[in-house]
Design a protein around this ligand. Structure first.
Ligand code: F6R
Length: 362
């Protein structure tokens, strides 16, 4: 059932182009996203004052990207909460709030409790979920189904990338319902992602020896980036921690100098994401701060970036897409690096210590 792969995680990493293709299927027609089967009406949406995204772990990290998309393109205020905090906080949600819960399994206890609390307060709930007929799917008012197929490995991979895709499609669809002009290049860009995902997976595996070498012997590491890159850095650091047990911190690159730089020592592995055009120069200057302290920097940059190589130790080129679409591509090398770092240390990546696939306790 592993199709010849040594682990489910590696199989699922490689299934992402297909998972993305299946999740896109029949949902973009020309320059229009069709999610009519969610049954959300324009009248309901026009009446909404804010959106609250609630989830745990990797699904929460997907929500961080979701917030940027919705706020950036729709200008609706969005809050993102960890489900275990949300439910005990007297959350600010009511009948003018759309709550979006994100859960691969649809059975995570904290997420389910947050869903119920939101409904009790009068909010309608949209679930982005992968498992059909799950508790979350049954209790939500609206559903966006990711078509990732069963995810067996504890570390989430294809669920994350398809959740991200869900947020793109939902944002564009809401924009259409609200009569807002959505950037046309996003529609064609989304359709290209499955092919580009395949490309970056192959490219990363080609370079894998040199990409994992810097982690040898290290118990600490950093992931940095700005904007969307920062949120993907969060997911990369979670992935590395949970399966390799290497301590990893994700930082907004501009925040390093407010304390964290003290931890940058000679040769410590730092993965820097630098794909966001509008903050590119700023990110590069943060990378230089790390290099000045002799950290070992692997940069993820957009293809055609001939500058960044001068400031870092290694570069992995990400196929060119609009800045807003990079997360689905940048996360792939981070998953692959985590996988190979972990297996090179002899870790059982499919069953990391102390973790369960579906957390049904609070
Ligand atoms: C990380 C991971 C967990 C889950 C989290 C939520 O790789 O798998 O962080 O993302 O437990 O699970 P779901 O999405 O099933 O609610």
């Amino acid at each position: 059932e592993k199709d010849g792969y040594p682990h489910f995680m590696l199989k699922e990493i490689h299934e992402q182009p297909t998972a993305l293709r299946n999740t896109l299927k029949d949902r973009i027609i020309g320059d229009t996203v069709d999610l009519d089967n969610m049954n959300i009406t324009a009248d309901y949406l026009k009446d909404i004052k804010n959106i609250s995204i609630v989830a745990c772990g990797t699904a929460y990290n997907a929500g961080l990207v979701g917030k940027e998309l919705i706020e950036g393109l729709l200008r609706i205020p969005v809050e993102v909460s960890v489900a275990s905090e949300f439910r005990y906080r007297n959350p600010l949600v009511d009948d003018k709030t759309l709550v979006i819960v994100v859960s691969q399994s649809g059975e995570t206890a904290d997420t389910l409790a947050a869903l119920r609390e939101s409904k009790r307060r009068g909010s309608k709930v949209l679930a982005i979920t992968n498992v059909k007929g799950s508790s979350v799917a049954r209790e939500a008012d609206f559903i966006f189904q990711t078509i990732a197929g069963p995810e067996i490995a504890v570390a989430s991979t294809k669920a994350y990338s398809t959740m991200l895709l869900g947020f793109y499609l939902i944002t564009l669809y809401f924009g259409q319902l609200l009569g807002k002009e959505m950037p046309k290049e996003l529609y064609s860009g989304l359709k290209e992602l499955p092919i580009l995902a395949d490309k970056i997976i192959i490219e990363t595996e080609k370079q894998i020896e040199s990409l994992i070498k810097p982690f040898e012997g290290w118990g600490d590491s950093f992931f940095i980036g700005r904007g969307l890159d920062w949120h993907v850095a969060e997911e990369g650091s979670l992935k590395l921690k949970e399966i390799s047990y290497i301590h990893a911190e994700a930082y907004a690159a501009g925040e390093l100098k407010h304390g964290t730089l003290a931890l940058i020592e000679k040769d410590i592995p730092v993965i820097a994401l630098a794909t966001q055009k509008d903050v590119y120069e700023k990110t590069v200057s943060n990378i230089k701060e790390v290099k000045a302290r002799e950290g070992y920097v692997i940069a993820l940059a957009q293809e055609g970036d001939t500058e960044i190589g001068k400031s870092v130790d290694q570069v992995l080129a990400i196929p060119k897409v609009p800045s807003l679409l990079t997360p689905i591509l940048t996360v792939l090398p981070l998953q692959i690096i985590s996988y190979y770092v972990a297996t090179s240390r002899g870790c059982d990546v499919d069953k990391p210590r102390n973790l369960a696939k579906s957390v049904t306790v609070e």
